[in-house]
Each structure stands twice: as structure tokens, then as C-alpha cells.
Write a protein that binds this ligand. Structure first.
Ligand code: AMP
Length: 430
């Protein structure tokens, strides 16, 4: 099978050639001809399968074929859950439309809207957007959706997980009734099926991998380890394995920051990426990770969706996700486009239930491994004790904050400490 035999036009074939893709991926093989025919599709595809080209190439072809507008109204809309995915899809749209006269742009929150509004005013055919910023700019009359011919919902499952259902419904209400709809999702919950039922007209189902199965090329391993030894084990695996591009997942934003700092202290260059980081910080961290100046990227699930890092060799689940499907998304970050990958999960005693959930979803037991000196010593009792202690500390800190610290500040009883310089004199911190 070649790209040409799928019916793609010369300018698009030229772009594909420039990207050095030799054969279409399975999702491209199945989706491209159906989209070219103008049909709606419901596609099951994980990131890393080439799904972006799978919808972008035929979408570009369709809007060039039917180019009848003098002024350029927005004609195709791609909705994505995250800023990173929006930026990535937009980059792809630009690359694939290089030899056409199609104009595209991207809009997402967290950055100044003015340049986005200015670009939209100049006339754009294809818009890639996150739902919030799209509605925001529509509310400001900076764009119109009344001439949209093709709608793409990319990573629809994640959009629902992130609470975008209402926004999506609002956006659909702003589109013309007559249009082509393409829905891509890695997993198919009841909610996704309901959304598909409402939006799609006689859709063709396109499936490339069985639902909810982990990527085949990824070697998965479990290390049972005490909670308080996870950082050391992470550092050991990275150092001894001489790994240079490692994506590490934590469950919380604080956890991501903490781990990133600890790894830095151990001499492993690292950056955290999550929803509280500014767009600039996220872009910088990702760029550093891609050019190998940052060895470890510590991310939360939401931030990691949409990261396009080709040939990512290692993923570590520092903590297991409490939603089993997120495990599938996480390990989908490795073993991309033909490359082999390794996904390691560090599982402490309190995460055993999560592991069971994941194994149930995958329909297989995951292989266990041990690292010398990191054998599990936790017991149910010790975990309970540690939890109680942590709770006590939290309560103590809270009560200190609400009354103690105020009093001590008033009376000046709380000691302020300054680092001592080498000659013993006290210096103030800047
Ligand atoms: P995606 O699933 O769209 O995020 O694509 C994953 C990666 O595969 C991206 O780096 C694409 O550039 C790459 N890719 C897409 N299609 C092909 C293809 N037919 N051959 C080789 N690589 C591809």
C-alpha cells in the first residue's frame, strides 16, 4: 500500500515524501479513503499511530477540492483537549499543507489572545483549537464557525475526562448542520459512544488496535517497591541504564515538582510539566527534552497528553494512575512509530488495587522485576502508620498556619533562620 494508492493529491504526496513517510500506517490506510469520500468516521486510535496525518491529509484535500471562497472563512476545525496537542497538530497541519495554498492557525489558552485574533482576521482555512479559547474568541466575535465543513474531535475521550463536554456541545451548536465529522478516541466509554451517537451521521468505524490494549511493542515491567524508596530507584534505573530521554509520570502536580527537584539534586537534569506551569515553561521544558538537554520530563497525565516525542524509549510510572485507561495512554508515549519502548511501573503496597485494575483492563498479568536493595518491606500496618503520621503532620501544619504562626509573628517568638556564611557571619537570603 502506498500513499498514492489511497487517492491523495500531488501536493499532499509531496509533503508526505518530505516527511520521509514511506508507507501509510494502519490507521492512515483505513481512514484516509473514507474521509476522502466525505463520510463521517469514528476512529479508535492511540497517539503514536499516525492518526494526525490520518485525518489531516484527507481534510486538506477535501477543502482544496471544494475551494469556492474568495474571502477565507474557517472551513475546518480540529478540537483538541490540550495546548500541547493543539500545537503539535498545528505543526503537522502546516507540514502537510506546505505545497498547497491552505492557511491554518492554532488558538489555545494560557497565552495572549491578541496575536491569535490578528491572524484569524487575515483569513484562515483550517483552525486547530482547544475548546475554552475557541468559545472565548467566538464570544468576542473574533471568529465565525458558520462555514465549517469538517469537524475533527481529536482525543475525544480525554476531552470528556477534562470536563469539556459542555463546551463541545456549545461549539457544535455554532456549526452548520451540514458538515463532515471525524471523531478520534483512544478508548470507548459509554460517554464517548453517546457523544458519537449525537454528533456523527452514519459513521464508518475505523479500528486499528483492539480496544484498550497496550501498545504491543512496549515491554512492560512492574517493580514492587516501598513508597519512600521510589525516588532512589528511579534515579538508579536512569543512571545505571544510562537512559537519556525518560518520561516519568506522577499523579499530582506537586508530586511532579517534588520529584523533578529531587532528581536535579541527584545530578539528573529534569523538568516538570503540568497544568500549573505557564505555556512558556511547558514549551521550554518540552524543547529541552526533545533536544536532549533535559534528561527527564516529569509529567502529570493531563499535561502529557498530546506530547509528540518520536522514538521515546523509556516511560516510568512513578505512581500508577487511578484510572486504568490512563495507563494505556501513558505507555502509548513509548514504542511510537515502529520504535521499541520500555514502560516501568513502580508499585508500592497502597497501589496494588490500581495494578489489579490495570491488569484487568489489559487482560494480562504484567511481569515483575526486582532491583537489588529495593525489595518491598512495607506491610499493611506500616502503610497505615505512615498515612496516619502524614495526616497528623498535615493537621499540625494547618493548625500552625491558622493560629500559631500569626501569634508567633506578633510576638516575634518564631525564630527566623538565615544561612550562615563560611566565616560564620549571618547573611540574609536574597
Ligand atoms: P501521531 O499518532 O499522529 O501523533 O503520529 C506519531 C508519529 O508518527 C509522528 O511523529 C508522525 O510524524 C509519525 N508518522 C505519522 N505517519 C507516519 C508514517 N506513515 N510513517 C512514519 N511515521 C509516521
Amino acid at each position: 500500500m502506498t500513499f498514492k494508492s489511497l487517492g491523495l493529491s500531488a501536493p499532499l504526496l509531496q509533503a508526505v515524501q518530505k516527511k520521509k513517510y514511506t508507507v501509510p500506517s494502519p490507521i492512515q490506510e483505513k481512514a484516509i479513503p473514507v474521509i476522502l469520500e466525505g463520510k463521517d468516521i469514528l476512529a479508535s486510535a492511540q497517539t503514536g499511530t499516525g492518526k494526525t496525518a490520518g485525518f489531516t491529509l484527507p481534510l486538506l484535500q477535501r477543502i482544496t477540492e471544494q475551494s469556492r471562497w474568495k474571502r477565507r472563512p474557517l472551513r475546518a476545525l480540529v478540537l483538541t483537549p490540550t495546548r500541547e496537542l493543539a500545537a503539535q497538530v498545528y505543526e503537522n497541519v502546516q507540514e502537510y499543507s506546505l505545497f498547497t495554498d491552505i492557511r491554518s492557525t492554532v488558538i489555545f489558552g494560557g497565552v495572549n489572545a491578541n496575536p491569535q485574533i490578528k491572524t484569524l482576521k487575515q483569513g484562515v482555512d483550517v483552525l486547530v483549537a482547544t475548546p475554552g479559547r475557541l468559545l472565548d474568541l467566538h464570544g468576542q466575535k473574533a471568529l465565525s464557525l458558520s462555514k465549517i465543513e469538517i469537524l475533527v474531535l481529536d482525543e475525544a475521550d480525554r476531552m470528556l475526562d477534562m470536563g469539556f463536554l459542555r463546551d463541545i456541545k456549545k461549539i457544535i451548536g455554532l456549526l452548520p448542520a451540514q458538515r463532515q465529522n471525524l471523531l478520534f478516541s483512544a478508548t470507548f466509554s459509554k460517554e464517548i459512544r453517546a457523544l458519537a451517537h449525537n454528533i456523527l451521521k452514519d459513521p464508518v468505524s475505523v479500528e486499528t488496535a483492539p480496544e484498550n490494549t497496550a501498545a504491543e511493542r512496549v515491554e512492560q515491567q512492574i517493580y514492587r517497591v516501598d513508597k519512600n524508596r521510589k525516588t532512589d530507584l528511579t534515579a538508579k534505573l536512569i543512571s545505571e541504564g544510562d537512559w537519556h530521554q525518560v518520561l516519568v509520570f506522577t499523579r499530582t502536580k506537586h508530586g511532579a515538582n517534588r520529584l523533578s527537584k529531587k532528581l536535579e539534586k541527584k545530578g539528573i537534569s529534569s523538568a516538570a510539566i503540568h497544568g500549573d506551569k505557564s505555556q512558556n515553561a511547558r514549551t521550554k521544558a518540552l524543547a529541552g527534552f526533545k533536544d536532549n538537554s533535559i534528561r527527564v520530563l516529569v509529567a502529570t497525565d493531563i499535561a502529557a497528553r498530546g506530547l509528540d516525542i518520536p522514538l521515546l524509549p523509556h516511560v516510568i510510572n512513578y505512581e500508577l494512575p487511578n484510572v486504568p485507561e490512563d495507563y494505556v495512554h501513558r505507555i502509548g508515549r513509548t514504542g511510537r512509530a515502529g520504535a521499541e519502548g520500555e514502560a516501568i511501573s513502580l508499585v508500592s503496597l497502597d497501589e496494588v488495587e490500581y495494578l489489579r485494575g490495570i491488569e484487568k483492563l489489559l487482560g494480562e498479568k504484567l511481569p515483575h522485576n526486582t532491583a537489588e536493595g529495593f525489595e518491598l518491606t512495607e506491610t499493611k500496618e506500616s502503610v497505615k502508620e505512615a498515612k496516619e503520621k502524614a495526616q497528623q503532620n498535615r493537621t499540625r501544619r494547618k493548625s500552625r498556619k491558622t493560629d500559631g504562626s500569626l501569634d508567633s509573628r506578633k510576638t516575634g517568638s518564631k525564630k527566623r533562620t538565615f544561612p550562615k556564611s563560611r566565616n560564620g557571619r549571618v547573611s540574609s537570603r536574597r
